[in-house]
Design a protein around this ligand. Structure first.
Ligand SMILES: NC(=O)c1ccc[n+]([C@@H]2O[C@H](COP(=O)([O-])OP(=O)(O)OC[C@H]3O[C@@H](n4cnc5c(N)ncnc54)[C@H](OP(=O)(O)O)[C@@H]3O)[C@@H](O)[C@H]2O)c1
Length: 334
C-alpha cells in the first residue's frame, strides 16, 4: 500500500517494506524525502549495514513494528547535508548514525544523539558497521559484565556482526577469548580478529570445547547473541560467580533456563539492551562511543565488511544475513 503524498513532495530511492510478508516482499522504490526539522540532521547516505534485526523487522518479528510502508535499515554512514540548530555538527561532516529503521535509503534524518563523527581513517563502509556491533558489545562487556583483564570470555556466534565486535573488544580489554562458530571460514575470521581459541560447535559438543580451551576451569563470561540450546550449555560451563550476557536469539529460539543453574554456581544472567541503554544513559553511551572511536582510530578495533551490495541488490543482502552466511557485516551502498 502506498501513502498518499502532498503535491510537490520529493522522493528518495529506498528499500521499502509495504507489509510484514518478509524479505522477498520488499521492493526498491521511491519513498518521501525526509524533511529535517530544527535540531535534527539530514544525512546523505554512502553506506548502510545489514543487521540480523533488519531481517526480523520486515517479518514483524522484532520488538519494534513500524507502521507500513517503512524503510528498513538500522545504521548507516554518510555526509551531513543540513544540521540546523545542532551543536558540533555541520554540513560536510563525515558521520555514522543509528536509526533503528529507515537507513537503507539515499537520505535520512537522524537525531544528533545517535550520530558519531567518523575519523578520516575510517571509510563509510566500515563506519556503517560501528554503532550497533561495537556499541552493543562494549556496553555488554564493560557496563554489564564488568569483565576484568585475564578473565575467560566465551563468544557464541563469534563471526557475526555483534560477535566479531565482542571478540575484538574482549581482546582490547585483556580477556582470553574463545569464539564459538559453525563453519571453517567463520573460525578463520574469529582467529584473525584475535581470538585465542575457537570452537566449531557444529563438530564438537560445546561443553567439551570449552573444557579443552580452559583446561576444565570453565569461563567467566558468556556473550550470547544466539540463544537456543547453546545458552544452557554455555551457562553450565561458567565458573563460580560467572556471568551470562543475554544479547540475542539469532537461532530463533528463546531458551528457558532452570534457575537452579544460577544458584549452584552463584552466577548472573544479565540482560543487554543497547538501544534502550543509549536512551536511558546517554552520557555513559557517549563515553563508550568515544572509547570505541579512539580504539578504532588506534587500530585496536577493526570493522569487518564481508560483502557489498547496491541498493537494487538489497534483498539479496538481507537474505545473505538471514541465511547465516554473514561474517562481520554486509553493506548496501545506495
Ligand atoms: N541486545 C542488544 O542490544 C542487541 C544489539 C544488536 C543485536 N542484537 C541481537 O544479536 C543477535 C545477532 O545479531 P547480528 O546482527 O550480529 O547477527 P549476525 O551477524 O547474523 O550473527 C548472528 C550469528 O548467530 C549465529 N546463529 C546461530 N543460529 C543461527 C540461525 N538459525 N540463523 C542465523 N544466525 C544463527 C551465527 O553464527 P554461527 O553460524 O557461527 O552459529 C551468526 O553468525 C540478533 O538476535 C540481534 O537481534 C542484540
Amino acid at each position: 500500500m502506498r501513502r498518499t503524498l502532498p503535491v510537490g513532495c520529493s522522493f528518495v530511492k529506498a528499500l521499502i517494506c509495504d507489509n510484514y510478508n518478509g524479505i522477498d516482499a520488499l521492493r526498491v522504490g521511491e519513498f518521501p524525502d525526509p524533511e529535517p526539522t530544527s535540531g535534527t540532521v539530514l544525512i546523505s547516505v554512502e553506506a548502510a549495514s545489514v543487521n540480523f534485526a533488519d531481517t526480523l523487522i520486515v517479518q514483524g518479528q522484532y520488538q519494534v513494528r513500524p507502521e507500513t510502508p517503512f524503510v528498513p535499515g538500522t545504521e548507516l554512514a554518510g555526509v551531513v547535508e543540513r544540521a540546523d540548530d545542532v551543536e558540533d555538527l555541520s554540513k560536510g561532516d563525515r558521520v555514522t548514525a543509528y536509526l533503528g529503521y529507515g537507513a537503507i535509503a539515499e537520505r535520512v534524518v537522524a537525531f544528533p544523539v545517535s550520530i558519531l563523527k567518523l575519523p578520516d581513517s575510517v571509510s563509510f563502509e566500515e563506519g556503517a558497521t560501528i554503532p550497533v556491533a561495537f556499541g552493543t558489545s562494549y556496553h555488554a562487556l564493560v557496563d554489564r559484565a564488568q569483565i576484568d583483564p585475564g578473565e575467560m570470555l566465551l563468544v557464541l556466534g563469534a563471526a557475526g556482526g555483534v560477535g566479531l565486535a565482542a571478540v575484538q573488544i574482549g581482546k582490547a580489554l585483556g580477556a582470553t577469548v574463545i569464539g564459538a562458530v559453525s563453519t571453517e571460514e567463520k573460525a578463520s575470521a574469529v582467529l584473525d580478529a584475535g581470538a585465542d581459541h575457537v570452537i566449531r560447535y557444529d563438530q564438537t559438543p560445546l561443553r567439551e570445547g570449552i573444557a579443552t580451551a580452559t583446561d576444565g576451569a570453565g569461563v567467566d563470561v558468556v556473550y550470547d547473541p544466539v540463544g537456543g540450546e547453546m545458552t544452557e550449555l554455555a551457562l553450565r560451563s561458567t565458573k563460580w560467580n560467572g556471568c551470562l550476557l543475554v544479547v540475542g536469539f539469532a537461532s530463533g529460539d528463546i531458551p528457558s533456563i532452570p534457575l537452579n543453574l544460577s544458584l549452584v554456581k552463584g552466577n548472573s544472567i544479565v540482560g543487554v539492551f543497547w538501544g534502550r541503554f543509549t536512551i536511558e544513559e546517554p552520557d555513559q553511551s557517549r563515553e563508550n562511543n568515544h572509547q570505541i572511536m579512539e580504539w578504532i582510530a588506534e587500530g585496536k578495533l577493526t570493522p569487518v565488511v564481508q560483502k557489498r551490495y547496491s541498493l537494487d541488490e538489497a534483498v539479496d543482502a538481507l537474505h545473505w544475513v538471514a541465511n547465516r552466511s554473514a561474517i562481520g557485516r554486509v553493506i548496501i551502498t545506495p
